[in-house]
Design a protein around this ligand. Structure first.
Ligand code: GAP
Length: 503
């Protein structure tokens, strides 16, 4: 299929029709940007996570896993910088009150002018407040000349900001008049216990990463790993995004698979560790069937990097709605461990058992969004083609060409005819044996052609059909999803045949 012709509508429609992803709370009219993974979606997601865990945890001896609490002590988020710095800009259309993130709409020149003016304005506002505070109790001592100079500057910077914003058209009503920008913290707040007061505020974690830093001394102790070693975690993260959208691309509740790889920066050059993990991420993406022609590693400039990062490479993907972030790789240095040491008063260093030297390890962080990964995998697997099932008859076929390792259903078993008990019984027998080893589906609805089309849309690599010949000679047909070729295989060899072909 010409990938340029692929639209989100096609993929979203297939995902809903076949039960990969549904709108959440559908019977109550849904909840904006909330999605539920249906039977095949849940299995696909599980397979992606299992494959990731197997690759990065179970198959390596320098990695261990963690499954930490979602709600952590709020001091974690003070130390990590999320309370003060995990903000997005928010502006509101003066006409229709649509809220947008200006950084997602400004071109590079206006983005630069916006950011510089905003940070200068914030600095000057703080200076004015400081001057006024210092003079409290004695208004005559305010340095009026300085304050009025700063206030004039603030006005000019405000006008510059609004000028940059005027280059953006409201995506809802098309007007170009915006409110002054404010900063909006993305963390979801909640309260621990029945009293909803500030002393009981807690946050839903906005990244899984922090528990891997906070638990580092415990993990290093119990695992007895020597540097370099990594900690991996899969779990939910929550962000009160201002502009969620594009199906499961940007949601307020999502899953992450993250690795914090700890190393001694005196023994390993951080850029080498970074390069190594970039390669590992790329080979994992290839192994789950991502279309690598659509994946673009992109160096993120300093102005756009997270506060903790000295280098970030985002893997961007060509989605039908544009080239946008898929996964990320960052060098977090010793920022997080040092901050937690400062805020908790605990020793966050690692002691070399031989030299007894204590060091604060550096960290390289490969991070993968499960939902974004699943979307990129769906888009990579989606294909449409015209086939001729009978001479002179053409029909359209939609097929999900999933990598076999992550296909939600590996094998479908069909009796040729539903109303022939001997075929149904034999098919059930085959299904009962296969389902012990692989995720299998039994289907006797409609004709075999329709069943093939359904399994193609689910992405099932193999369909096994039990027909009259099976009863005579103990052979079945195995149909390959990608080539549509049918092979006759004896029941005695079926397990081995499928095992070999599913590798
Ligand atoms: N620990 C580092 C970190 O959280 P990030 O770039 O903010 O870095 C990591 O997020 C990954 O999580 C992203 O590359 C993306 O795949 C996924 N992600 C982030 N925000 C998301 C959202 N609102 N919806 C879905 N996935 C999201």
């Amino acid at each position: 299929m010409d990938k340029a012709k692929m639209t989100m509508e096609k993929v979203v429609s297939l995902a809903k029709r076949r039960g990969f992803v549904f709108p959440g709370s559908d019977i109550y009219g849904g909840l904006a940007n909330s999605w539920d993974y249906g039977p095949y979606g849940a299995q696909l997601k599980k397979n992606i996570k299992d494959h990731w865990w197997k690759t990065f945890v179970e198959s390596r001896d320098d990695m261990v896993g963690l499954d930490a609490a979602i709600i952590m002590n709020p001091k974690v988020w003070e130390a990590s910088g999320h309370i003060s710095g995990f903000n997005d800009f928010l502006v509101e259309c003066k006409e229709c009150h649509e809220r947008v993130r200006p950084d997602q709409h400004l071109d590079a020149v206006n983005q630069n002018s916006f950011m510089l003016s905003f940070s200068e304005m914030t600095f000057k506002r703080m200076e004015v407040e400081k001057l006024k505070r210092e003079a409290t109790g004695d208004p005559s001592s305010v340095n009026e000349a300085t304050v009025s100079r700063y206030e004039k500057d603030i006005q000019l910077l405000g006008a510059k900001i609004l000028g940059a914003l005027r280059t953006i058209r409201c995506p809802h009503c098309g007007k170009q008049e915006w409110s002054h920008p404010t900063l909006f913290n993305l963390m979801f707040k909640t309260f621990i216990g029945p009293a909803e007061d500030t002393a009981n505020i807690a946050y839903l974690r906005p990244e899984t990463a922090q528990a891997m830093f906070v638990d580092f001394p415990l993990i290093a102790g119990v695992s007895r790993k020597r540097l370099p070693f990594g900690v991996a975690q899969i779990g939910k993260a929550f962000r009160n995004e201002i502009t969620p959208g594009n199906f499961i691309f940007r949601t307020r509740e999502f899953e992450q698979m993250e690795i914090e790889y700890f190393f001694d920066s005196k023994k390993s050059e951080w850029n080498d560790v970074f390069g190594y993990w970039q390669g590992e991420m790329e080979s994992w993406m290839r192994s789950v069937g991502m279309d690598m022609d659509r994946v673009h590693p992109t160096e993120i400039p300093e102005t756009d990097r997270a506060h903790y990062s000295t280098r970030t490479v985002d893997f961007e993907f060509d989605y039908p709605f544009g080239r946008k972030e898929l996964f990320g790789l960052a060098c977090r240095t010793d920022y997080d461990l040092s901050r937690h040491e400062k805020f908790s008063g605990r020793d966050m260093t690692w002691q070399d058992p031989e030299t007894k030297e204590k060091i604060t390890p550096f960290v390289v962080e490969p991070t993968f969004g499960v939902d974004r990964g699943l979307l990129a995998i769906l888009l990579s697997a989606y294909d449409e083609e015209v086939i001729s099932s009978e001479p002179g008859k053409e029909e359209a076929r939609t097929v999900l060409r999933f990598a076999k390792a992550i296909a939600p259903v590996k094998v479908a078993v069909f009796p040729l005819l539903k109303n022939k008990p001997e075929l149904v019984a034999k098919a059930r027998e085959v299904f009962d044996i296969l389902k012990k080893d692989v995720v299998c589906e039994f289907d006797d609805n409609g004709n075999v052609g329709k069943r093939y089309r359904r399994q193609d849309e689910i992405g099932t690599p193999y369909c096994v059909t039990i027909d009259f010949q099976t009863l005579d000679d103990g052979t079945v047909t195995v149909r390959d999803r990608d080539t549509m070729k049918q092979t006759r295989v004896s029941l005695a060899d079926l397990g081995e045949y499928l095992w070999e072909h599913l590798q």
